[in-house]
Design a protein around this ligand. Sequence first.
Ligand code: PAF
Length: 280
Amino acid sequence: MKIIRSISKIKKELSRKKRKGLTIGLIPTMGYLHEGHASLVKRARQDNDLVVVSIFVNPAQFGPNEDYMEYPRNLREDAVLCKNEGVDYIFCPSVKAMYPKGYSTYVKVKGLTENLCGKFRPTHFRGVTTVVVKLFNIADPDIAYFGHKDAQQAIVIKRMAEDLNMDVRIKVMPTVRERDGLAMSSRNGYLSSDERRVAPTVYRALQLARDLIRLGDRDAANIRSEMRKMLSPVVSKIDYISIVDPKDLKEIKTIKGGVLVAVAVWIGETRLIDNIEVKA
Ligand code: PAF
């Protein structure tokens, strides 16, 4: 496994491999890797000749009062996980290399970025799509892998790849959960032990929504209100509890067909997001 920091070096190395006909799977990450990332690597390992994991805490996707500085970083442990999973390259550029002085170009997907997390983190998705385009241009992957936990991110990236005629397939893999249902996230480490104990309520609220829909409830407002009753006693703030159409991420009133049930809540000082897709 090679660890490469230089953009020009990884571009040269990967384009040489592509000319030889090898396929590349890319897993873009911000590091502090966990089993969720490992599941993406495993899938990429099955699908491709070469697997590249990028590790870059992208300042462009953090708002001014968000946790860019505190975001956990541990390249040494990330390298161990990647090596054990058979990764070929870790690409870990510096902020200066990705956004040199004078950097001025951003990619914005309209519409899909305005609801859910976009409402509460207005510059977040512009930062995500910008860095993802840069990573795609650098690694030129055949397939790129993202987790369903960040469902809105995955939908936005798919839209962008299609709109910009990019030659990359986007694969979205299922959310990996702890035994008690909490979706794996690099931010779970922020939780105190008391907060960690109640955090699985987030998934339980999603399961409640799924059960109500399966029992025939089609009234999104009622389902959201039942979820709110379950979440309110354990969270410090609710950013949103939403039931949306997975195609356009618009709120749904009456449930028909498939819906995305998504939540963003704060437990103490930690913002957690999670979602499930449910078919009526
Ligand atoms: O999901 C993440 O970890 C990040 O948003 C991504 C896709 C690596 C872009 O920085």
